[in-house]
Design a protein around this ligand. Structure first.
Ligand code: DOR
Ligand code: ZN
Length: 426
């Protein structure tokens, strides 16, 4: 028994279809796209009035399992993902224990299968224990299922080690994702260093902590003719460096998060610890530059950096709170509200940034596109539906969102993963 989506206006990265189609999904694949497919013994979804997108793909999320199941589990994180329209997520290795050996990778994949909501791809650590001392066995981690490697949460400060990791990654054809933030320059800063940090008396983390790492990584990529992917870019200057590198043919790709194009460091004046994030919220000029870089292709994709933390962990002074905010359930709404509705990008470009290109960057060849033969990962949205972010509305185990109370446009109606309906708005 397959699934038949009727009356679909399909939005792919290259075009929005101008006629309604039916999409037949069988055996986890899209088997036919045509108008007026006869409904046999299929489950039927009527998509009239909605838009039908390839399932969203988040290549940067934090599930806290193993280790901090009080913040998030693979199950609750998967639930948040499908509610947010994501059919595939990649989870960062800063768990406890760290994802630095095959056993942890296999555990996560097994548990994600048991939950059975969306695809979960673990990201392996670059260095053992994320300690910046010794490389992990990247070949073994690749064999057990890692498509990408990162020490996210922190930079690989040791440049020689980072060079070696890039060389191995090139040999193995896997992706290195770098968290760009030199801790020696950050020096314990808790928000962006600038006028606001001075005014409210919080310790600033200067933008150069990010940009010197961006510049280093670009130079290493050039030297090795190897790929590097730069995580959560937050600054105008980072965008300039990436734009220049791309113009030189250097193999650099980059991502940005909704909070870095929807909020400025002014938000920290509330002392709301859900505005404390790494890299920090930046200036208005930086926010505008990130939007422009998304539109002109300097930034290749949009990711959530979903970073759940408990109320207890966040309900302390700003200095003592952990960095991070949740993003899986607000990413689509924020992107539609702040980028699509004002005309900075159109829906096709959004699909490019949130599905097609992330799939290409990590090598998921059958995802990110609605076409015959592709995986039946599909997200049906109503881009005009308005809703308000509320604490009670989150299905993530953690509620640390600075967007509570915001009105957003763009609602997920159905999420379909491998031809199975895994989320339906009630
Ligand atoms: O704000 C952040 N939180 N940035 C990171 O890089 C890590 C993340 C976390 O794991 O909490
Ligand atoms: Zn992260």
């Amino acid at each position: 028994m397959g699934l038949l989506i009727k009356n679909a206006i399909i939005v792919n990265a290259d075009k929005i279809w101008d006629t309604r189609q039916d999409i037949l999904c069988e055996g986890g694949k899209i088997t036919q796209i045509a108008s007026g497919i006869a409904s046999g013994k299929h489950e039927i979804i009527d998509a009239a009035g909605k838009k039908v997108l390839p399932g969203l793909i988040d290549i940067h999320t934090h599930l806290r399992q193993p280790g901090r199941e009080d913040k998030e589990t693979i199950e609750t994180g998967s639930r948040a993902a499908v509610k947010g329209g994501f059919t595939s997520i990649m989870c960062m290795p800063n768990t406890s224990p760290v994802i630095d050996n095959a056993m942890v990778v296999e555990f996560i994949i097994r548990e994600a299968h048991r939950v059975g909501l969306c695809n979960v791809y673990p990201i392996g650590a670059i260095t053992k224990g994320q300690q910046d001392g010794e490389l992990t066995d990247m070949a073994e981690l690749k064999a057990s299922g890692c498509l990408a490697f990162s020490d996210d949460g922190k930079s690989v400060l040791n440049s020689r080690l980072f060079r070696l990791a890039m060389e191995y990654a090139k040999m193995l054809d896997v992706l290195i994702i770098e968290h760009c933030q030199d801790p020696l320059l950050s020096a314990g800063g808790v928000m962006n260093e600038g006028v606001v940090s001075t005014k409210i008396g919080l310790k600033g983390d200067p933008g150069i902590a990010e940009t010197v790492t961006v510049a280093r990584d670009i130079e290493i990529a050039l030297y090795l003719n190897a790929r590097v992917h730069l995580a959560h870019m937050s600054l105008a200057r980072s965008c300039e460096l990436i734009r220049f590198a791309k113009s030189q043919g250097i193999k650099v790709t980059a991502e940005a998060c909704p909070h870095h194009f929807c909020l400025t460091d002014e938000a920290c004046s509330s002392f709301d610890t859900s505005t404390k994030v790494n890299p920090p919220l930046r200036s208005k000029e930086d926010v505008e530059a990130i939007k422009k870089a998304i539109a002109d292709g300097t930034i290749d994709c949009i990711v959530t950096d979903h970073a759940p933390h408990t109320k207890e962990d966040k309900e302390v002074g700003f200095d003592g709170a952990p960095f991070g905010l949740i993003g899986l359930e607000t990413s689509l709404g924020l992107t539609i509200t702040e980028l699509v509705k004002p005309g900075i990008i159109d829906l096709s470009k959004m699909v490019d940034k949130m599905s097609f290109t992330p799939a290409r960057i990590v090598g998921l060849a059958n995802k990110g596109i609605i076409k015959t033969g592709a995986d039946a990962d599909i997200t049906i949205i109503d881009p005009d539906h308005e809703w308000t972010v509320t604490q009670e509305g989150f299905v993530s185990k953690s509620k640390n969102s600075p967007f509570i109370g915001r009105k957003l446009k763009g609602q997920v109606e159905y999420t379909i993963c491998g031809g199975k309906t895994v989320y339906r708005r009630v």
